[in-house]
Design a protein around this ligand. Structure first.
Ligand code: UDP
Ligand code: LCN
Length: 811
């Protein structure tokens, strides 16, 4: 049985105060409390969500019987509650008292009492509600990573979440340099290991210890002071070699002195900032492997295909930025080594006209980056010829990882410095590989499926046939906990907002009834989280007003797409070209809710009078789609169009696979003084939102997920609530009216979006930060390796005993 965690004194006091306040209220307002609890129980629902609880409580408080509960501690508790379990005469509440902080309570309606629970008790009640026959005292497999946390630093302030590296540096440098001599010794050992192709970098064997190093640094400084700042490494190489130094300190003397100065300062009096700056200059990363197995990974003709969207765009832009930045820093540090980047994906023999059947493909716009494709194989070793949905790839990943390992060892001459996983499958492969290769692992989730679907964990069995969440969530837990660091595009991806649960936070404590229970799956206060937001390709997504950059042919092609004869690949023909356009573009995944936008538009005649609607996504002809969920959306959209008279004001075109034309499409809509709408029920980040903003198209995007953070409401766009479509349609009407009355209104929003992207979302900032993180976490991994080993071992067991058998069942 798990050892209960001892709460801190302050935590315990707060808990006791809340409980005491609630108990007093139960006594003072007994009839009112009883009545509200009874109303909840009478609903007969097994679970209630935050919105159900709040609506019911507030409505009750507005009634005569409930007036006494207004402004009481119960109101506070209910407003912070995320979920309720109703079991017999009992109401269990999971309450989020702050970002990442959870408490659990049980209201016994018969006894009219309340008591605090621990997470395990709450999950147990949840399981009993789903699995009615589970015995109350049944022992269930529990996953709990908290024992491995002991001694590891944790953030405290929610505002610091996502700024892990700064915290880690402060904390660990104090820790290792607590005894300066030991810290210096470890740093020295780390530097002495530094090699590339068997050649020492930074220091050679002449320097035998910390004292030698300090003396050599001092002598080097005297020597370098006599040189001009611009003199290059070759001019001083011989002299520095004799002192024990090798290349890697800098190309020019100024930089060499600065880097050596930083190290001298650290050895003299360690200071976290100097250590971070020094580590960020270390030439440690030359060969990077980026894993993205699912979907169609290619450079052309793949976007909009099933499981193929922003992740592909992200990675292709990412590698270009990383290669550029690696070349710059390697050069600046005085080395002439060429970086190598490999994007590893699956090879699909039946490639549907794409390049996904090619083993290796050079990435355009780069010199040293390739896509490497390895096929999936069946248990008996045959190559799987066709595309497989991301929900069903689990049985293939282990074998895939083993083949990838052999290939990348060959391609990169045995040296890999850094592995980046993408999405649940890529992150799991990154785990398997980084363990084998002993290198730093970074995870990028892109979109965690868990928060996309209501009760995806609780009712996992209902989802299993289609989604196999038992595999995916298990893989996620393993990969999140083995990663040396995780980068996210936004803060809310980690920790949500004051009112909503973060995507990673949702993995903290949950249950898959009948399978296992997670008491501590991930902690959002873990310093492994860092926010590093992506950017947009500025060559493609530039402002509509940059007329000289717009290519006439592409513009004509975009115009033809919007206004031309519909043919096979479009439906509808816009009649009034002078009207502004409302544009949306997305994969036709139900979560994207493109159909929702069409319905809102269909339901609002005023909006139809003011603006046309342009949709790009899926296939207008459902027979061309090979994805069941997509086909269903296509058919439903046709039904909406059949039922309403929209042929002259709605244009729906197939998904767009040419990115230059996509860039021009946004700009063409901006020319009409139109808008972009992103109506998703949930959007993990939302690259289309950035793209639209970058081209100067005022953007209205879902308030659920990344866009909440990308857009500052009213300044660089607007948030919309996809659950209130009629209100969204009204908001759009009001916007167009305002634009009619004030010609600057559209321009202000347009410029606001452009400015926001330039300030916050650029690939060069991204690459600098990611490479810095890889060096710093690489260093800390080396220094504190032993502590992670225990976690690895625990998770390996979970992988073998839970993940593998589940994956083997996927068909
Ligand atoms: N996209 C495209 N053609 C389409 C649909 C989407 O080129 O028909 C591109 C879009 O420009 C963006 C990406 O696919 O770059 C979608 O990324 P986003 O993050 O918005 O959503 P995801 O598909 O990753 O969920
Ligand atoms: C996946 C998603 O669903 C999007 O929200 C992201 O923008 C994209 O990946 C890139 O990270």
């Amino acid at each position: 049985m798990p050892v209960p965690k001892v709460p801190s004194r302050q935590e315990a006091r707060k808990k006791a105060d809340t409980l005491e306040d609630i108990r007093q209220l139960l006594a003072a307002q007994r009839p009112a409390c009883f009545m509200w609890f009874s109303r909840l129980l009478e609903r007969g629902a097994p679970f209630l969500l935050h919105s159900d609880l709040v609506e019911s409580f507030d409505a009750f408080c507005d009634s005569e019987e409930g007036a006494g509960l207004k402004d009481t501690p119960l109101r506070k508790l209910v407003h912070a509650a995320q979920e309720a379990v109703l079991l017999n005469e009992q109401i269990y509440l999971a309450v989020r008292t702050g970002v990442g902080v959870w408490r659990y309570f049980l209201f016994d309606v018969g006894e009219m009492d309340c008591r605090a629970l621990d997470a395990g008790e709450f999950l147990q009640a949840t399981e009993r509600r789903v699995e009615q026959d589970q015995a109350p005292d049944a022992r269930v497999l529990e996953l709990d990573l908290s024992p491995f946390d002991r001694g590891l630093p944790r953030l405290r302030d929610p505002r610091s979440i996502g700024k892990g590296v700064e915290f880690l540096n402060r904390h660990l440098s104090n820790d290792i340099f607590e005894d300066t001599a030991t810290g210096d010794e470890r740093l020295f050992r780390f530097l002495s290991l530094h090699q590339v192709d068997g050649r020492h970098l930074m220091i050679n064997q002449r320097i035998k210890g910390v004292q030698d190093l300090q003396e050599a640094l001092s002598e080097a400084d005297t020597l370098l002071a006599r040189q001009g700042g611009d003199a290059t490494w070759d001019t001083v190489e011989l002299a520095l070699n004799q002192l024990g130094f090798e290349a890697g300190w800098g190309r020019a003397v100024t930089r060499i002195r600065e880097t050596m100065g930083l190290l001298s300062d650290i050895l003299e009096a360690p200071e976290p900032k100097a250590l971070a700056e020094f580590l960020s200059r270390l030439p440690m990363i030359f060969n990077i492997v980026i894993l993205s197995p699912h979907g169609y990974f290619g450079q052309a003709g793949v976007l909009g295909m099933p499981d193929t969207g922003g992740q592909v765009v992200y990675i292709l832009d990412q590698v270009r930025a990383l290669e550029r930045e690696m070349k710059r820093t390697i050069h600046e540090q005085g080395l002439d080594i060429e970086p190598q980047l490999l994007i590893v994906t699956r090879l699909i023999p039946e490639a549907q006209g794409t390049t996904c059947d090619q083993h290796i493909e050079a990435v355009t716009g780069t010199e040293h980056t390739h896509i490497l494709r390895i096929p999936f194989r069946t248990a008996t070793g045959e190559i799987v010829p066709h595309w497989i949905s991301r929900f069903k790839i689990w049985p293939y990943l282990e074998r895939f990882a083993a083949e990838v390992e052999l290939e990348i060892r060959a391609q990169m001459s045995g040296r890999v410095d850094f592995v980046i996983g993408n999405y649940s499958d890529g992150n799991l492969v990154a785990t398997l590989l980084s363990e084998r290769l002993g290198v730093t692992q970074c995870n990028i989730a892109h979109a965690l499926e868990k928060t996309k679907y209501l009760h995806s964990a609780l009712y996992w069995q209902d989802h299993e046939a289609e989604h196999h969440f038992s595999c995916q969530f298990t893989a996620d837990l393993i990969a999140m906990n083995t990663a040396d660091f995780i980068i996210t595009s936004t803060y809310q991806e980690v920790a949500g907002t004051a009112d909503s649960v973060g995507q990673y936070e949702s993995y903290g404590c949950f249950t898959l009834p009948g399978l296992y229970r997670v008491l501590k799956g991930i902690d959002v206060f873990d310093p492994k989280f860092n926010i590093v937001s992506p950017g947009v390709n500025e060559e493609v997504f530039f402002p509509y007003s940059a007329s000289d950059r717009r290519i006439a042919d592409i513009r004509l092609a975009a115009e033809e797409l919007v206004y031309g004869d519909p043919g096979e690949a479009a439906r509808g023909q816009l009649q009034e070209r002078e009207k502004p356009i409302i544009f949306t573009m997305a994969r036709l995944d139900p979560v994207k809710n493109v159909r929702g936008l069409l319905e809102w538009y269909a339901g609002n005649k005023d909006l139809q009078a003011k603006a046309n609607l342009l949709i790009a996504g899926g296939y207008v002809n459902p027979e061309r789609s090979r994805d069941a969920a997509e086909r269903d959306q296509i058919e439903r959209m046709h039904r909406v169009l059949d039922e309403h008279d929209l042929a002259g004001c709605v244009r729906w075109v197939d998904m767009q696979t040419d990115k230059n034309r996509v860039g021009e499409l946004y700009r063409l809509v901006a020319d009409t003084r139109g808008v972009f709408v992103q109506p998703a029920l949930f959007e993990a980040f939302g690259l289309t939102v950035l793209e639209a903003m970058a081209t100067g198209l005022p953007t209205f995007a879902t308030c659920y997920g990344g866009p909440l953070e990308i857009i500052e409401h009213g300044k660089s766009g607007f948030h919309i609530d996809p659950n209130h479509g009629a209100a969204v349609a009204d908001t759009l009407c009001v916007f167009f009216e305002q634009c009619d009355q004030d010609s600057d209104h559209w321009m202000t929003l347009s410029q606001g979006g452009i400015d926001r992207v330039h300030e916050r979302y650029t690939w060069s900032l991204y690459a600098q930060r990611l490479l810095t993180l890889s060096r710093i976490y690489g260093f800390w991994k080396h220094i504190s390796g032993i502590r992670r080993e225990a976690t690895r071992r625990y998770l390996e067991m979970f992988y073998q005993l839970m993940y593998k058998p589940r994956a083997a069942e996927v068909e």
